[in-house]
Design a protein around this ligand. Structure first.
Ligand code: FE2
Length: 187
C-alpha cells in the first residue's frame, strides 16, 4: 500500500517515506505523532465516536510506518497487549487516558495518566492497557513501526504478565469476538 500523502502536509512526508524499512526508533515515532497532533487539519475531519468499540482510522501507511487516529468513548479500553514486535508512540489530542504499562519480562506493572498534549514512545517489548475513564471522549494519534501484524494479549499475575493469545491483525482494534481466553492464575 502506498503512503497516503493526502492526509499530511509536505513536512511529514520525509518521515513517512524516508524511514528505515526495518524499523523506526521510538523517539522518531514520538516526534511524528507530536508533529501530526499539531496539524489538526490532517485528522480532525475523521473523528467519530462509537459506543460499541473504539473508532480507529488509518491515516497513513508505508512499509515502515503506519499512523492511526483512535477515538475513545467513555470506558473503552484495549486490554493488556503488546504490538507483535513493533515499536510505537502515541499522542493525546483530546481528553485523557489511563495507562497500565510494563515490560514483557517485568514483575511489576505501573499506572500513569496521559492528558491532552502528552506524547510517549515505546519499544517492541512494551505491554500496556489504555482506558478512557475520564468524563469525556478522548482522541489519540498512534504510530507503529513496522506496521502492526499481530498483537499478543496478556493477563497479569503476581509473577508478572501471562501470555494469553497472539491475534493476527492489521489494526490496533483487532476483532476479539469469540476469543476464548485462558484463565490467569497466580503460581
Ligand atoms: Fe497499544
Amino acid at each position: 500500500m502506498q503512503t497516503s500523502k493526502d492526509a499530511f502536509p509536505a513536512e511529514i512526508w520525509p518521515v513517512l517515506e524516508g524511514a528505515d524499512p526495518v524499523g523506526v526508533r521510538p523517539i522518531v515515532l514520538r516526534k511524528l505523532v507530536s508533529d501530526i497532533a499539531g496539524l489538526p487539519d490532517s485528522w480532525s475531519g475523521r473523528l467519530e465516536f462509537d459506543l460499541g468499540k473504539r473508532h480507529c482510522v488509518r491515516l497513513s501507511r508505508n512499509s515502515s510506518i503506519e499512523v492511526w487516529l483512535i477515538c475513545w468513548e467513555l470506558g473503552q479500553d484495549t486490554l493488556l497487549h503488546d504490538h507483535g514486535g513493533s515499536s510505537g508512540a502515541f499522542a493525546l489530542v483530546r481528553g485523557s487516558l489511563i495507562e497500565d504499562h510494563a515490560d514483557v519480562d517485568a514483575r511489576d506493572i505501573r499506572t500513569r495518566e496521559h492528558r491532552t498534549g502528552d506524547a510517549v514512545a515505546f519499544g517492541p517489548r512494551y505491554l500496556h492497557n489504555l482506558v478512557n475513564v475520564s468524563g469525556e471522549p478522548a482522541v489519540s494519534l498512534h504510530a507503529y513501526s513496522p506496521p502492526l501484524r499481530s498483537m499478543n494479549f496478556y493477563g497479569w499475575s503476581s509473577s508478572g504478565p501471562r501470555h494469553l493469545r497472539e491475534i493476527p491483525c492489521d489494526s490496533p482494534e483487532p476483532d476479539l469476538t469469540g476469543i476464548q481466553w485462558p484463565e490467569v492464575s497466580a503460581p
